[in-house]
Design a protein around this ligand. Structure first.
Ligand code: SF4
Ligand code: SF4
Length: 217
């Protein structure tokens, strides 16, 4: 299952963001951050306690089912009084949830988490980065192994000079992504694909924010 992977901000970073605010409302999410145990009900309860210990007043808290869903607004409306009396919302969701809620309320938002990557659960409670949505997918030329996320240097035109006995020079416990790609392409008799040059991206001409229009809409 694909999830938005987050980690709590350091206390020092969060305290700095909270400077000047006394009354706070805490929002968690019942989806990705519940699974990663960074913004579910227990973490929201712990955040309440932490804020109180920092001398803050918590006007209320809730865990919305899916923070990045537009319906979050209606759920938070149920806490209208507590939200209204807060000076800021402490949001324990990924950046998608923070931006959704920020767009729905005329309130300052304080993200309590850092969003790391889109991850896939590889074992209970363990998530691996699978894609950074680079916009130029080359999985068709790498046998389905993403070098952008699997290689420590994100190299897309073959291995660096440090690969040794199939292991990565940065982490010898880790297989070199390009050795994995080589072996996979070899098994399909498709090693010629490794000779295809992947041109550098022109980041300076990419329009921001990115926009996609579904055909026929
Ligand atoms: S190359 Fe990797 S990071 Fe880029 S879109 Fe494909 S899977 Fe995602
Ligand atoms: S050894 Fe392999 S995985 Fe490690 S940085 Fe070099 S090419 Fe990437």
């Amino acid at each position: 299952m694909i999830r938005s992977i987050t980690q709590p901000k350091l206390d020092t970073a969060l305290e700095s963001l909270l400077e000047g605010y006394t009354r706070l409302f805490v929002v968690g999410c019942g989806t990705c951050v519940t699974l990663t145990q960074t913004g579910g009900a227990p973490q929201v309860a712990a955040m309440r306690e932490r804020l109180l210990s920092w001398g803050k007043m918590v006007t209320g808290s809730t865990v919305v089912p899916v923070a990045c869903d537009e319906l979050s607004h209606e759920i938070l409306e149920e806490h209208q009084g507590a939200v209204a009396s807060a000076e800021a919302l402490v949001i324990m969701t990924c950046a998608f949830g923070v931006q959704t809620i920020a767009g729905q309320f005329g309130k300052m938002v304080v993200p309590a988490l850092d969003t790391l990557f889109i991850g896939k659960e590889s074992a209970a409670g363990t998530f691996l980065e699978v894609c950074v949505q680079c916009g130029q997918c080359i999985l068709g030329e790498t046998g389905g192994i993403c070098p952008v996320t699997s290689c420590h240097k994100g190299l897309v035109n073959g291995p660096c000079g440090g690969t040794k006995a199939g292991k990565c020079e940065i982490d010898p416990n880790k297989d070199c992504a390009w050795t994995l790609i080589y072996n996979r392409l070899k098994s399909f008799d498709k090693l010629d694909l490794m000779r295809r040059y992947q041109p550098p991206r022109h980041h300076n001409v990419e329009p921001k924010p990115g926009r996609f229009q579904a055909p026929g809409t």
